[in-house]
Design a protein around this ligand. Sequence first.
Ligand SMILES: Cc1cc2nc3c(=O)[nH]c(=O)nc-3n(C[C@H](O)[C@H](O)[C@H](O)COP(=O)(O)O)c2cc1C
Length: 326
Amino acid sequence: MKTRITELLGIRHPIIQGGMHFVGLAELAAAVSNAGGLGIITGLTQPTPDDLAREIARCRAMTDRPFGVNLTFLPAVKPPDYPGYVRVIVEQGVRVVETAGNNPQKWLPELQKAGIKVIHKCTSVRHAKKAESIGCDALSIDGFECGGHPGEDDVPNMILLPRAADELRVPFVASGGMADARSLVAALALGAEGMNMGTRFIATKEAPVHHHVKEAIVRATELDTRLIMRSLRNTERVLNNAGVERLLEKERTLGASLTFADIVPEVAGVYPKVMREGLVDAGAWSCGMVAGLIHDIPTVKELVDRIMSEAEALVRGRLASLLDRD
Ligand SMILES: Cc1cc2nc3c(=O)[nH]c(=O)nc-3n(C[C@H](O)[C@H](O)[C@H](O)COP(=O)(O)O)c2cc1C
């Protein structure tokens, strides 16, 4: 399948693995790229730019296909060393960067001068148009269903993607709620040039996380995620658990007076505990509603091959046959 995204990124299948904190390590990124998609290393999971350089080198040792690095711009009292991370990405010859969280304008000249394609991930048509106007090469449109930060507009992909298609000229992929061939074909029909998956890629053999996390995703249904931090305008979709219920109770009791400090026990330092130690109830960790569509833990190659062969069957079989009827 050739789309504007496969052409732009030099990949075989229009499938991207979104950056994921403490999940997007070299093992997963290389597995996705080896399977013909675009794997992405999560920049900020690496404590320093030097660590990121080592992670990129590890990934390169595992694949000769293109892969990317995610740079998430978050509000922080003490911001990470973004100039250092960008320098390493350029020096290491990475071909693609996925930006998210905030406007990437400041970093575009340095990245694009080095020939790096920048895919900006955003959750509204407004932000997508802004990203296009500043020169991003492609976009990842993250609907309300998505695991992680869906923004504050709450527009699901059934509306968001055709709206994006109507307004954008640069190619974009559908992100949020994507799991299988049906997702891919629907995304293409709605105007996207491929899809970006987060949660689905965690439940794979190669994802370098504790098996409790994969099993929790397989067990979860589409009813098991919750939105947290809405009143802080930092909404995050997470898998429900005891820690999340404690957090939601604080949100209910404190209302508008809630501050970040009130929920530190449920959100700070949770990822290593969940992803490395398998303590899945330790606090809030991102997970999409798409968990309801995830029932197995295949290898990344099995997953990608299955999506591509079923997508072809769906287009040539079910959809084409609808047209043949008199
Ligand atoms: C556990 C987890 C961690 C994530 N961490 C990040 C992150 O650090 N930066 C980022 O841009 N997106 C992050 N995301 C969002 C994903 O890249 C992707 O946009 C999202 O998962 C798509 O929705 P889906 O889960 O329905 O596929 C994370 C998602 C999950 C599930």
